[in-house]
Design a protein around this ligand. Structure first.
Ligand SMILES: *[C@@H]1O[C@H](CO)[C@@H](O)[C@H](O)[C@H]1NC(C)=O
Ligand SMILES: *[C@@H]1O[C@H](CO)[C@@H](O)[C@H](O)[C@H]1NC(C)=O
Ligand SMILES: *[C@@H]1O[C@H](CO)[C@@H](O)[C@H](O)[C@H]1NC(C)=O
Ligand SMILES: *[C@@H]1O[C@H](CO)[C@@H](O)[C@H](O)[C@H]1NC(C)=O
Length: 510
């Protein structure tokens, strides 16, 4: 009898209060950085700094709630910054319990020791009746009974926390794919797949560099069927293919989920670019290299985002013959990957370029061929090895930095060539392909392009601005397992890379 009653009441609750859509907020936060991150500070000093950041986050939470937002996402490192070592991050850390303990820190303070940061976040959520997503640091003591216990006797984790609208801790995620230089933190022993259910859909969570890897990011969508990803990040833009708004919106489309990306605002380190992305199109985005101000974005999204992604990424490309133009192929690098390119010499044309297993086909029409701007079609099929190792297959149409073809693939921020149409496809050996379109001055092109079920990324109208790049960014996760054996070797010599590479994606520390 009791069981029946419970079952009925639960299903009633779900029926009555589930929402078809909801209002999402993300806050690009101009983090107040500590003056010194390599000299230890006291717990009091650490708290004072964190409270200054929390004061700013509080303003954003209050504003978002006033506009009806159900959830707000804030950035990775948004409460204390970066560039720490193990010892100097320590005063900023709190013990964060497993959410299964059912804890509302705002009400039941000090149940798990002194945890003022969690208490404050919980109160922000409770007082404003809004889900709050934040990134803080977790510490977990360990000892000799655990052979992997670090010599200082504790694990330290880069951690996302979620408090529901009652202030309860409902999710805790320890970042798995730490970026190089994040030596203040440990990698959890296994990737954690963290979801939380709300009346506006099922959510999954991961952090920054995690987005380039299979676990937990792809598993959350494929095996745990989340509707929306919340994504705290501290992302440094890398053109042509890994600018924040460009890549994060492409991931939402490629995976068929809503994606709420909150980035740090720190133009000095090329950190800007946050957004609210639906699978079919960005709903709101922000990219601002000019001001020092944070920015709150708000937009409505469908609760159930899952348009099943039914794209065969190789179908069209493998059904047609290679186009021949007689143009000379050349090699040039984009973010350390050596692409095979063909220059687009006509105002309109059909081009094919291949590298290894991947052939990329492009049909395009420009409004006008400008003599001072060169565009090229490129293919890359191989292992990316700078700042992380991962297998890629990429087809890209891009603007070269200068008319000198040796600059094709270099970062370039502006263009003046307009396109009437484009259609790009490739013979991908993976189903994980992220469609990117980036216009001059780092603008996205919402509603201006689509992907067909046979794997063509095509314009549905002339793009509203000059084109920087149109790209199919494929990740061949299957091949990554071949790397595992050699990964330990590489991990032993990270200093070699740190010295020479000035471009970077996620938060770093040197
Ligand atoms: C850093 O030092 C300056 C000058 O001493 C001070 O005004 C500022 O508040 C300090 N910032 C932080 C985050 O402590
Ligand atoms: C070692 O750690 C485990 C779990 O963290 C704990 O149960 C145990 O009491 C600790 N042992 C000592 C000797 O501190
Ligand atoms: C995708 O299309 C290709 C070529 O038409 C076909 O060989 C392949 O079986 C298709 N893949 C899937 C998963 O349907
Ligand atoms: C490119 O191919 C399309 C369809 O295959 C064709 O209609 C068009 O005329 C071609 N354009 C050029 C410039 O060859």
């Amino acid at each position: 009898m009791w069981l029946v009653y419970v079952a009925i009441s639960v299903s009633c609750v779900l029926k009555v209060s589930s929402l078809d859509n909801f209002i999402a907020a993300v806050y690009e936060h101009a983090v107040i950085l500590p003056n010194a991150t390599l000299i230890p500070v006291s717990r009091e000093e650490a708290l004072a700094l964190m409270n200054r950041n929390l004061d700013l986050l509080e303003k954003a939470v209050v504003l978002a709630a006033k506009q009806g937002a159900h959830i707000i996402v804030t950035p990775e490192d948004g409460i204390y910054g970066w560039n720490f070592n193990r010892e100097t991050i320590y005063p900023y850390l709190e013990d964060i319990p497993d959410p299964r303990v059912n804890w509302i820190p705002c009400i039941n303070t000090n149940r798990f020791g002194y945890t003022p940061v969690q208490e404050r976040l919980s109160c922000l959520a409770l007082d404003n009746s809004i889900y709050v997503v934040a990134n803080i640091g977790d510490k977990k003591p360990c000892n000799a009974s655990d052979p992997q216990c670090p010599s200082d006797g504790r694990y330290q984790y880069n951690t996302d926390v979620v408090f529901d609208s009652q202030g309860k801790l409902v999710a805790r995620y320890h970042k798995h794919n730490l970026f190089m230089g994040e030596n203040q933190f440990n990698v959890p022993k296994k990737p954690e797949v963290v979801t939380f259910d709300t009346i506006f859909g099922r959510f999954g969570i991961f952090t920054c560099f995690d987005i380039l890897f299979h676990d937990p990011a792809v598993s959350l969508v494929k095996d745990f069927h989340v509707d929306t990803i919340v994504f705290p990040t501290a992302w440094m833009n890398v053109l042509p293919h890994l600018s924040a708004i460009e890549f994060h919106s492409a991931w939402a489309m490629g995976m068929g989920v809503n994606f709420l990306a909150a980035n740090i605002h720190y133009p000095h380190k090329r950190m800007t670019g946050s957004g609210i992305y639906a699978p079919d199109s960005p709903r709101a985005f922000h990219y601002d290299m000019k001001t020092k101000e944070g920015k709150l974005l708000i937009s409505r999204l469908d609760s159930s985002s899952r348009h099943p992604v039914m794209v065969n990424w190789t179908s069209y490309a493998s059904s047609i013959k290679a186009f021949s133009t007689g143009n000379q192929e050349f090699k040039s690098t984009a973010f350390f990957d050596e692409f095979t390119f063909l220059e687009l010499t006509g105002v309109t044309g059909n081009y094919t370029v291949c590298q290894k297993e991947l052939c990329c086909h492009l049909s395009y029409k420009m409004s006008e061929k400008k003599p001072d701007e060169a565009y090229a079609l490129g293919a890359f099929d191989g292992l990316h090895t700078a700042e992380g190792s991962y297998y890629l297959q990429v087809c890209t149409l891009l603007k070269c930095k200068t008319p000198n073809l040796g600059t094709c693939g270099d970062a370039v921020e502006t263009a003046s060539t307009r396109f009437e149409m484009f259609s790009l496809s490739g013979t991908f050996g993976t189903q994980y392909v992220f469609p990117e379109v980036l216009l001059s001055d780092s603008q996205l092109a919402p509603g201006e392009f689509q992907v067909s079920s046979d794997g063509r990324l095509f314009s549905v109208k002339p793009p509203s601005g000059p084109v920087l790049t149109v790209t199919l960014f494929g990740r061949v996760y299957e091949k990554d397992s071949m790397l595992k054996a050699s990964a330990d070797l590489r991990a032993q010599a990270p200093g070699v890379m740190l010295g020479v590479i000035a471009l970077t994606v996620c938060s770093f520390s040197w």
